[in-house]
Design a protein around this ligand. Structure first.
Ligand code: 6CS
Ligand code: FE
Length: 287
């Protein structure tokens, strides 16, 4: 019998620990110099990847999808618990050819291929929306922990591209990251409830899949926090194991970003490591 050890075991204990990342960050050796910022910090920023007309077209699509009668009650549209405002629209590249074209225009896939050293496919896509005055927060987490536990993603061989459709100011809930935190895997406590995604996508502070306050504090002492502001049309590409979060938006200025997750074709999803049923394909596509 072949016994495979889970190198990123998580949600197995009430006293989680830090594990060293045992996998590469930039997977192709020839690309390590070119993408030194990803290697060292876990992210890279590109300004002006979308022109103003593409940004406008995407914003109109978001408006249309958020109010489309055929999408009422669709599980891909996630709403805030209290205001019922749109929080996320999952599967956005399949729901909207306009958004798909903008993602193509951004060059995100080519960057992902260089970083991951292989062909890639879209694991997940979504729009995260924070209206003015009442936009909700996203608590500290590393995406890979969730994708490993709940989707059976073997290694952190995936990156996310966050493309800004509005200006991301320091005051309207931009992405906050801990540069360099992608080298440490933070185990999380607790077991995964069935269909947990119905809760985790809505809760501002989910009860499972988030690192302890002690661990977050320790990583902050080591790495600090960088706030990723930028004009509409700018893009951040970040490692799947980077610790990140974003605050709520009580400013009058809405914030809308497209997120597209590229996974390596050599990192196919298997059975979820948490022992739960695989999540729906709008969250974790299986080609
Ligand atoms: O469950 C997910 O896949 C989502 N949740 C987290 C914590 N990160 C990214 C993703 O959209
Ligand atoms: Fe995330």
């Amino acid at each position: 019998m072949v016994v495979t050890v889970d190198r990123y075991a998580t949600r197995i204990s009430t006293v989680p620990t830090e594990l060293d990342r045992v996998d590469p960050i930039v997977w192709s050796e020839q690309m390590r110099v070119k993408h030194r910022d990803v290697e060292e910090n876990g992210f890279t920023v590109r300004r002006g990847v979308l022109d103003a007309s593409s940004v406008q077209r995407c914003l109109s699509e978001v408006q249309r999808l958020g109010t489309a009668p055929e999408l009422v009650g669709d599980e891909r549209i996630v709403r805030e618990k209290t205001s019922s405002a749109v929080r996320s629209i999952f599967d956005i590249v399949n729901l909207s050819p306009v958004v798909r074209a903008a993602v193509d225009e951004s060059g995100a896939a080519a960057l992902a291929r260089e970083i991951l050293g292989s062909e890639v496919y879209v694991h997940q896509s979504r729009l995260n929306y924070k209206p003015g005055f009442r936009g909700g927060a996203f608590y500290w987490h590393a995406d890979f922990e969730t994708w490993h536990a709940e989707d059976g993603m073997p290694a952190p061989r995936a990156v996310s591209a966050s493309i800004a459709l509005t200006d991301n100011h320091f005051f309207n809930g931009p992405l906050m990251v801990m540069p360099g935190s992608h080298r440490t895997f933070l185990q999380c406590a607790g077991a995964t409830p069935d269909r947990y995604f119905e809760e985790s996508l809505v809760e501002e502070v989910p009860r499972v899949g988030v690192p302890s306050e002690q661990m977050i504090t320790r990583l902050y002492a080591r790495h600090g926090i960088e706030v990723l502001t930028g004009d509409a049309g700018s893009m951040t590409v970040f490692d799947s194991n980077l610790l990140h979060a974003s605050s709520g938006n009580i400013s009058p200025v809405p914030r809308a970003n497209i997120f597209v997750v590229f996974n390596s074709v050599e990192n196919s999803l298997g059975k979820p490591f948490s022992g739960t049923a695989p999540r729906p394909e709008f969250l974790a596509f299986r080609p």
